[in-house]
Design a protein around this ligand. Structure first.
Ligand code: SAH
Ligand code: MG
Length: 228
């Protein structure tokens, strides 16, 4: 099922960092993963990518959780490359993208399929237990922040599930290297690369891969007992 023209128009009009072709690739990957479980995004900003992923969730009969504290990453703050003064809250002087996100999802008619989770990604992750069919990592791009997002959330991706990483650049001149390092780590951990669209890379967790739960169960098996 292709993404609807209304949703596409809303996604295009929303503030954010997701070119059309990458958004469509995200939608396709989200649909593939959505057959196996809910979708989760780190880095909502104003909801642009959440429209593509919300449509994918809706079309595969699940939902999208999208996690953000809505105060912006380091690179979104005043004086940095990706700053937009329109998203600064006049009262506090801090960034606040939450109202923009709410409007984007409302305009796209996706409130039934998109659940905003307001908070710091590692903090939310500490309490998270739901297995995921799809994970999109597009939060803070500092090395420790991006790697913590991977370490926090990737263990929740089910066997056969999809991992997508944004802003992956081989050439340091084209962009920061943290997302590339996350992608390399995922490959080393057994995720298989499936596609590249612009700076978006998707991977799939091996079918039959053991989840963290399965590893814990196998450790409890008496030593040397034959597998059945
Ligand atoms: N996916 C968006 C862009 C995300 S920009 C789009 O399509 O346009 C990165 C976002 O990550 C910012 O909104 C920032 O607030 C959020 N972020 C950065 N560090 C975070 C953290 N530790 N916890 C939650 N959100 C974080
Ligand atoms: Mg991005």
């Amino acid at each position: 099922m292709p993404i609807t023209p209304t949703a596409l128009a809303v996604a295009r009009a929303a503030k954010g960092f997701m070119p059309d072709a990458e958004g469509i690739a995200l939608y396709d990957a989200g649909q593939a993963g959505g057959r196996l479980g809910p979708l989760l995004e780190i880095g909502t900003y104003c909801g642009k990518s959440a429209v593509y992923l919300g449509c994918a969730a809706q079309d595969s009969g699940t939902i999208l959780f999208t996690v953000d504290h809505h105060h912006g990453s380091e690179e979104n703050q005043a004086g940095w490359e990706h700053h937009d003064p329109e998203v600064v809250d006049a009262r506090s002087g801090r960034m606040d993208t939450l109202p923009f996100f709410r409007r984007t999802i409302e305009d796209a008619g996706l409130e039934h399929a998109v659940v905003g989770v307001l908070g710091d990604s590692p903090t939310v992750g500490r309490y998270w237990t739901t297995p995921l069919g799809f994970l999109f990592i597009d939060g803070g791009h500092a090395e420790d922040v991006a790697m913590t997002d991977y370490e926090t959330w990737a263990p929740h991706v089910v066997a056969g599930g999809v991992l997508a990483v944004h802003d992956v650049f081989d050439d340091p001149a084209a962009g920061g290297q943290a997302p590339l390092h996350v992608w390399q780590r995922a490959v080393a951990d057994g995720f298989s690369p499936t596609a590249t669209t612009g700076s978006l890379r998707t991977l799939r967790r091996q079918l039959g891969a053991r989840t963290s739960g399965a590893r814990a169960r196998s450790r409890r098996r008496p030593g040397g007992a034959p597998r059945r």
